[in-house]
Design a protein around this ligand. Sequence first.
Ligand code: GCB
Length: 596
Amino acid sequence: MRLKKRIILFFILMIFVNGCIAAQETMTNVYGRNLQLLNGKWNIIIDLYSLGRPMEIFLNKKPTNKKEYFEYSFDNNTYLNVPSDWNSQMPELKYYEGTIWYARHFTPYHTQNERLFLYFGAVNYRCRIYLNGKEIGEHEGGFTPFQIEITNIVKDNSDNFIAVEVNNNRTTDAIPGMSYDWWNYGGITRDVMLVYTPHNYINDYFIQLDKYKSDEIHAWVSLSDKRRNQQVQIEIPELNVKQKMMTDSSGMAKISFKVRKFERWSPQSPKLYNVVLSSNSDKITEQIGFRNLYVKGEDIYLNGKPIFFKGVSFHEEISQREGRAFSEADASMLLSEAKALGVNIVRLAHYPQNEYTLRMAEKMGIMLWEEIPVWQKIDFANQETLNKADKMLKEMIIRDKNRCALSVWGVANETRPSEARDKFLKHLIDTCRRLDPTRLITAASDLVNFNKETQLFELKDTIINYLDIVAVNKYMGWYHPWPMSPDKVRWNVAPGKPVVISEFGCEALYGKTGDTDVKSSWSEDFQANVYRDNLTMFNHITNLKGVSPWVLFDFRSPYRFNPNQSGWNRKGLVSDQGMRKKAWYIMHDYYQNIKK
Ligand code: GCB
């Protein structure tokens, strides 16, 4: 009996401890809040053997008498910029995978009327947070935000010490897994901030136009205080909208209302409206666009008209700097080059990118496809891995669901059918539809193959039955030889559904010339020819509703050992130094000639 009691007590304690330690669900629109940025130079300790935790270096002890000494100190004149990866900041960290401790002091300007949260835009890959010597939270997943409430533990208006233990070791149970075709940049790679909110604050909302109807807006707003009968108001001043609603017992208020005469968001005219949400204790503003988006038969419709996705992908990387993109200026650089190519959509490869990038894309009239890094070779049979993927998906949707430019959620890239994989992806698709029934869902597949009997390209993967758009990565002329001349190739892939070519292309070293038929030349001419051939093939894919070449910029990859690559994936239409290759002009012309 006593033992039973003890076991129960242990579990209660565990629930309590875990409940305290895991980071909480993030608030939506953090940049619309009262913020104190903690960016800048942080002291660091490079902890190759991960000894800092057992040594409790987060206590930041200093000798208090002549006999005392400690084998660490953060007052070591060693700094890293936050936000940024660590690899690009010190030559000795270029290939580093392991643990680095970040630490700094801060003083919050906090009053009794407010709650205070620590918010991290992203830390790659896992981290633990310590405030004034106590562990207060942890997070796993390198590309999504998390927050920890510190209202009752922070020292108001005085000095506080924060330490963040960051580790980017690759593990089999992680997402992504053990190897992937991009650089494993470690560190605190996005903004860190203190967020001040009222006690009962608007923690989440979702406001959008009906999927089909052009005059009906749906909105729900959730307050942090989960009580019924609290009044919430939504205003769109430019449209003379002022709607009041009441919360239910879960603290959520819902409403649908008609709006006449307004401009829908589109790539040609990316109109956004100021939306003001208020409750008795809180008020938050942001810009939101409205558009209809759905799939009917083999077509994708934007605002009631069929649209062709003119796409491109990029990693969150500035090639010239050999580092992670992390600022608004970086977002502008990446998106401007995409816009110059003539795209109407960007596939954010292969993970949620900075919120700056999404907001800027929306203003520039670029639709978005966003995905979580379920990128090949994931441990699909592992329930823990599924839990992680599910959490990442939620974190991404919570952050970005109000971006009307966001058109497609991607749940996976190039996975092989199996019972475990199917269960895993179906679970993610269900989560996606539950949290956001409006967006189009896809998963990129590389399983389109030539069937010698039928002489057709076919795709055998039942997961496509659960998707709105069937996305295909196919490198004809590069990884796969042509079985016949490109103009003779015919596809029978997912009839009745829209197909998008989510990757195609070939490697080329900028400035290299060569014969168009010599693959090993790594020449721009060979690459240009591969593009011409693929575009010829696309003309004959009847349900093709979009293409997205891989990739906009040459990017760094530990995967690539050819001397022409030496650590770079050279499939960029633009080189690592920002020079456009011949294939860029072919793609540009192709997009110019598509009117939809
Ligand atoms: C793919 C992957 C992408 C790679 C690309 C390549 O299929 O989705 O992440 O970088 O191929 O270059 O091989």
